[in-house]
Design a protein around this ligand. Structure first.
Ligand SMILES: C[S@@+](CC[C@H](N)C(=O)[O-])C[C@H]1O[C@@H](n2cnc3c(N)ncnc32)[C@H](O)[C@@H]1O
Length: 381
């Protein structure tokens, strides 16, 4: 009876969102590795789940279960795996205790917690972009008239914020100088170009100027008009091939999802201009994939198309990073946003400084292993 009442309190607290936390402790198997389980209520996407942290002697394991499934598990564990359960809610605390004969007693007392913790797993982070202040977001269809984020714009907004976070921490290194020129190659609709300009000029008060280069003149016209409308005076867009672009100076070069070898052209322009930062998120990797004829035991694995595709990405971007290092840059390659937002989520950041002497040798070895004649970036350098 006591266990059923305890489960009823648990169910009610979840339904009424007065649930604070639950702990299962005193394992019946004293010598076992599982010591206790801690549960919290979270919302994942649209679904409410109980997130269990299973605490073993030498590690923790997190498992999420939809509420009903979780309650069934807890019911099975009570009095069997665990002889103690503590439920904290904002209305009362309940403690279920089993004695040696596995007879349960329930103790309830005044709540020790006044508030339930935030149940949003994707916690509202402190964003660098304020959707109500960023004037470019509405014309770009990311926010509504009053600055509220539109459902359709949320993914893009998260992506832009992540880019800005990464670029902001690079800029924190302080090598940009007082009047930097930034170039976005393959700027597309200009989401990131506007966001970065706004962040540098209006948030960080840096006297930056910025140029977006884009083949499609329709997008360039849209961006130039928008920049004028919202008073982004030192932000310009040029309708041209990045290959033709001859800048006087570049302090930060970015190219996000520029197609295939456009990423290489952008990197080469950045290196030649001795840009302090080069930041690229490559897109498709056709140039290397077409040439790849693996000479190692991996060959038998790469006969599967998906393996070959992933290997081509790895080799293409790996060589890009090495060539940047051979040119005096320090690089980082990482996943900048979860795959649920975009599958093209590898970013290379390069900071002018110390490179690596052995980088070219390593490029040669990789080319041999994969039967690659040349990497497009090599030819450009
Ligand atoms: C996938 S979009 C990415 C746009 C933007 N960077 C973003 O992340 O939202 C790639 C853009 O690069 C442009 N592009 C590709 N090759 C280019 C080149 N050689 N010169 C200029 N623009 C190029 C395309 O027209 C396209 O708009």
């Amino acid at each position: 009876m006591a266990a059923e009442t305890f489960i009823q309190h648990l169910r009610t607290s979840v339904e009424e969102q007065s649930f604070v936390k639950l702990t299962l402790s005193k394992p019946s198997n004293k010598g076992g590795a599982l010591r206790n389980i801690f549960a919290r209520l979270i919302q994942l996407k649209e679904e409410w789940v109980l997130s269990f942290t299973l605490r073993y002697t030498n590690r923790d394991e997190v498992k999420n279960h939809p509420v009903e499934e979780a309650i069934t598990l807890i019911t099975l564990w009570l009095g069997d795996e665990f002889l103690n359960a503590d439920l904290f809610t904002t209305t009362q605390d309940h403690s279920l205790q089993y004695n040696r004969k596995r007879k349960a007693r329930l103790f309830s007392k005044k709540a020790s917690h006044a508030e339930a913790p935030s149940a949003n797993h994707d916690k509202q982070k402190q964003r660098l972009i304020d959707p109500k202040q960023a004037k470019y977001l509405h014309p770009m269809g990311i926010t509504g008239k009053d600055g509220q984020l539109l459902k359709t714009g949320q993914k893009k907004f998260r992506q832009i914020n992540k880019y800005i976070e990464i670029l902001d921490s690079l800029i924190d290194q302080g090598v940009l100088g007082p009047t930097p020129h930034l170039v976005d190659m393959g700027s597309g609709k200009g989401y990131l170009t506007f966001a970065l300009y706004d962040h540098l000029v209006n948030n960080r008060k840096i006297q930056a100027s910025m140029t977006g280069i884009e083949l499609r003149s329709k997008l360039v016209n849209f961006c130039n008009q928008l920049a004028e409308d919202i008073g982004f005076d030192r932000l310009k867009f040029l309708a041209m091939d990045i290959e033709e672009y001859k800048p006087e100076k570049i302090d930060m070069l970015i190219a996000l999802h520029a197609c295939d070898i456009a990423t290489d052209i952008a990197i080469a322009k950045g290196i030649k201009a001795q840009s302090s930062y080069i930041v690229v998120a490559p897109c498709c990797h056709k140039q290397i994939r077409k040439q790849m004829q693996c000479q190692t035991a991996l060959q038998s694995v790469l006969r599967h198309g998906i393996m070959e595709e992933r290997q081509a990405e790895l080799v293409t971007d790996g060589i890009r990073s090495l060539l940047l290092e051979a040119s005096g840059y320090k690089t980082k390659v990482f996943e900048f946003i979860s795959t649920e937002h975009t599958p093209k989520n590898v970013m290379i950041t390069a900071t002018l400084g110390t490179g690596r002497d052995d980088a070219l040798e390593q490029v040669d070895q990789i080319k041999k292993d994969f039967g690659i004649e040349y990497h497009y970036l090599e030819k450009l350098l």
